[in-house]
Design a protein. Sequence first.
Length: 462
Amino acid sequence: MSARAARPRSLLIRDVRLLVTMDARGRKLEGGYLYAEDGEITAIGTRVPVGIKAERTIRAPFAVAVPGLVNTHHHLCQTLTRAHPRAADAKLFDWLTTLYPVWAGFDEESVHLAALVGMAELMLSGCTTTSDHHYLFPRGQTRLIDAEIAAAREIGIRFHATRGSMSVGRRQGGLPPDDVVQDEDEILADSERVIRAYHDPTPGAMLRVALAPCSPFSVSERLMRETAALAERHDVRLHTHLAETKDEEEYCLRRFKRRPVQFLADAGWISDRVWVAHGVHFNAAEIRRLGRSRVGVAHCPTSNMRLGSGIAPVHALAGAGCPIGLGVDGSASNDGSHLLAEGRQAMLLGRVARGADAVKVEDALRMATLGGAACLGREDIGRLAVGARADVALFDLRDVTYSGAGDPLLALLLCAPTRVHTLVVNGRPVVENGELRTLALEPVLARHRKAAARLLAGRRRR
């Protein structure tokens, strides 16, 4: 099927074994149905009303249906550097310094391919909305955000692009090499360009833009302050890495004489406009402060385990008032982009930290849906309810991994994660029978593998 195939004006999903709404009442509908027009859910329940006729009907008596999953933190470009041999056993700062020179080879074509592959992997895991934090712009590469946006439009995923940035290189005491940082005025000008060109604030938008200086160890306080002011002027959201490792905390104390949260606060970043990635190393006072301002947190359990960064205190953060979403994080620190698997990791890691009953299946699913939507500032996704967008993931309970499961919802995260059977984005089926319908994936993968090999060998495309 062409990526440009039209969305049906009306869609009926019916006879669903279990339809998990994540609505305000937490309804779970056996034999449920959902009807959508122009990408918006207009009816939902257990008995299809007489007279409803849809341009497209999907019958799913074999499936558990959940709201499309929401990914709140990623680095799509890193699908080109998965399982990098020199970074396999490194902690964050060593991992970064190993990979920065490799990433200096990114260009528009490679980033476009990387985004297509990462988005395809996310969609096949049940994800309908993803953000991406792209902060690395090698010399002369000024349209990498544009390349990612083109990929999102091509493949049909709902996309929150963040215009990331790094401005403090090694000569100024930062971590990244000087050839992958940018001038701050250039960053601010391009951030405004991307907002004006692409940000869609309307309900149901398929594309939004946020601003995302990388981290306290790669940007200045001036850039953080001016980025916050720019976001305020254009009413867009803000995103950054924060408190991921003890190394970051030590860097901030040494360079700024402040902990990371105070650095953020002094730059005007403690507000409900902000969501941060990781949030592993907060103290109790910082958790209360973030919660009062409803700063969102993208929980990235696999990456945090992979790099040995620690366990984020998500229970305390949520209790304080922080929205908690899930992020697969970079495909070179997770080495995968399976969001359902990330939900399972969040559940299991939470139980390691606090006990077997600490994180239930529905708690993890809430992070992957409603929590993620809250981090991105959206009320129209993350739930299946009248007025929400028709973003739906259906998982096939006939799969071998679910055989013998006593409860279809529990099976999603207690059993091994699988590929989604059917995925609907904005009322449009984009995955059917476990196959992506919007992109011919094999030719993309062949080109992607070649681009990855060039990067591994340290060669740019000519």
